[in-house]
Design a protein around this ligand. Structure first.
Ligand SMILES: [Zn+2]
Length: 247
C-alpha cells in the first residue's frame, strides 16, 4: 500500500493472499477534502493502488443507522447515494469502503467463501449492533462461518478522548449487560466509552474467535499527525477503510 503512503498493515490479512485492503492515514494529504466536503475523487489514489477504476471503489452515504447493503456488479454504481453504514460483497475486483474520523471502521474477511464487509460504527450503529448484523447477513447470504471470519478494527477515538453522557450511556447500558467492561465513570454524569472494544465484544458474541479480531488501539484524537478527528478538529477530512477480494 506504499503507493499512497499508507502504513497500517494487518499481517493476518496479508497472509490470506486473496484480499487487498487499506486503512488510510492523513499522510500525503489523503482524504483531506476541501472544507471537509466529500469529493468524487477523494479515493482515486486508493483505487489506483488496488488496480481498479475509481468507480469500483464503493462508498455509501453513511447515516449512523444499521442498514447493510449487498454490493454486486448490478448495483455498485448506485451505492454512492444509498444510505447505509455497512456493505458486504463477494464480487472480485470491487472494493467496499467506509469513511471515518473517530467512528470505528471495521473490515471483515471470510476467506472460505470468499466474502468481505466494511462497517462504519459510530455509537448509534454500535448500539444497534451493526457489526453483529453484518456477520449475520454474511452467514445468511453467503453461508459464511463466523468462526472463520477475520476482523480488523481500524483507528477510532479512544476512551480517554471519548467522553459521553447519559443520552449515550443509557442505550449502552440497556443494550449490553457487560457495559462496565467498556465504560468507566469520569465526573458526575460523564463516562469514558471504548467504542472499539465494544465492537470487538460484539464480534466475539457473533461467533468470531477473539484471536481473529485485530485492533489498532491507536486513538484518532491523540494522534493528530496520523489521523483526522472530528472531536478534535470539527470539520475535517476522513480516513478510508476499504477491502476488496482480488480479481
Ligand atoms: Zn485519545
Amino acid at each position: 500500500m506504499n503507493t499512497v503512503g499508507i502504513s497500517i498493515a494487518i499481517p493476518a490479512l496479508d497472509e490470506l493472499g486473496i484480499v487487498q485492503y487499506v486503512f488510510t492515514t492523513r499522510q500525503n494529504g489523503l482524504g483531506a477534502r476541501t472544507q471537509g466536503i466529500k469529493q468524487a475523487d477523494d479515493w482515486k489514489r486508493v483505487a489506483e493502488a488496488f488496480g481498479i477504476a475509481p468507480d469500483r471503489l464503493v462508498t455509501v452515504n453513511q447515516v449512523h443507522g444499521d442498514t447493510i447493503r449487498l454490493v454486486e456488479q448490478m448495483n455498485y454504481r448506485t451505492m454512492r447515494s444509498a444510505e447505509a453504514d455497512a456493505m458486504i460483497t463477494r464480487e472480485r475486483g470491487l472494493a467496499i469502503g467506509v469513511e471515518t474520523a473517530d467512528c470505528v471502521p471495521i473490515l471483515l474477511v471470510d476467506p472460505a467463501t470468499p466474502a468481505v464487509a466494511a462497517v462504519h460504527a459510530g455509537w448509534k450503529s454500535t448500539v444497534e449492533k451493526i457489526v453483529q448484523k453484518t456477520v449475520a447477513k454474511m452467514q445468511a447470504g453467503f453461508g459464511s462461518d463466523p468462526s472463520r471470519i477475520i476482523a480488523a478494527i481500524g483507528p477510532a477515538i479512544g476512551p480517554e478522548c471519548y467522553e459521553v453522557d447519559e443520552p449515550v450511556m443509557g442505550p449502552v447500558r440497556e443494550t449490553f449487560p457487560f457495559w462496565k467492561e467498556v465504560a468507566s465513570p469520569r465526573t458526575q454524569g460523564k463516562w469514558s466509552l471504548d467504542l472499539a472494544r465494544l465492537n470487538r465484544l460484539e464480534l466475539i458474541q457473533a461467533g468470531l474467535p477473539g484471536i481473529n479480531v485485530y485492533s489498532f488501539g491507536l486513538c484518532t484524537s491523540c494522534n493528530p499527525d496520523l489521523f483526522y478527528s472530528f472531536r478534535r478538529e470539527g470539520r475535517t477530512g476522513r480516513m478510508l477503510s476499504a477491502v476488496m477480494i482480488k480479481a
